[in-house]
Ligand binder design. Sequence first.
Ligand SMILES: Nc1ncnc2c1ncn2[C@@H]1O[C@H](COP(=O)(O)OP(=O)(O)OP(=O)(O)O)[C@@H](O)[C@H]1O
Length: 291
Amino acid sequence: MQRDLRLDNVGRRYGLRGPWVLRGIHLTVPPGTLIRIEGPNGTGKSTLLRLLARIDAPSEGRVSGAPRTAYVPERFPTALPFTALGYLTHLGTVHGLSRPAATRAALEWLDRFGAAPYARTPMAQLSKGSSQKVAVVQALLAEPELLVLDEAWTGLDSDARAELERAVAERTAGGTAVVFVDHDPRRLAGVPDATYTVRDSGLDLRTEQPPEEAAGPRVTVVAQGPSGGQLPGDAQRAVVAAEEPAPGTHRLTVPASHSDILLRALLTARPPWHVVSVRQEPAGPDTESRR
Ligand SMILES: Nc1ncnc2c1ncn2[C@@H]1O[C@H](COP(=O)(O)OP(=O)(O)OP(=O)(O)O)[C@@H](O)[C@H]1O
């Protein structure tokens, strides 16, 4: 099965003679990549995400590839006749988990997002923020190969926003491709492999990070490992800057949301690295590119 999702010369318009919302779109989404889509309101970002999630079909062109996909829509239907846990357990079984395993996974994810107290609340009675957590959990529960997030952070409290950033970092480190739209330019600042702007029904690859995007909070970890040594794979993916000021001493900078991934990668390496210090940095520009 082809895990890269590809859009070849894709166009989408609504109605036979409607204006082209998107046209001539070429985009490949390989496993493990993080892609940000941006653009002014009404330019077609959600339309593009629905095509990527394959819940909509193009009016022309071709979408190919069949990664297992999960999608958090801009508007999640809340008036479902389930409790949060009932809904998530049901979805877990659809994704192939046994019922007990689905319940366990749903509870774990709800707990990660601080929503465990509402597990048995009917969906229709959940606050906007809590139902958004359910929307996010239903997508993560599926352990997708492609995760499509349409303003998934909107409505979440700050802990849950940070948790979703962590979950995205974990998933991309594990090989999941993630495509997201978010109105906050600081979201996953400096982390995406590519940022595209929807403009005039086309897609522009942005090659430079604007200053505000490179200015998210960072964590610098000083660790001792092999001299001239290769960073463990997950650490390599997470870091935005790496230097070796003395043989075997490595200074590694990651977006704050990736710090636990870096630490886990270092501590679980064979042989494990020794972590000397962990320091939160004020926001600042990129000093080196990733990878
Ligand atoms: N189902 C639909 N039927 C008809 N027109 C639609 C439909 N969905 C989107 N459109 C139109 O397509 C255009 C692009 O909409 P889309 O929601 O994809 O943009 P967007 O960039 O995600 O906007 P926003 O930032 O406001 O969410 C808009 O003019 C919108 O009115």
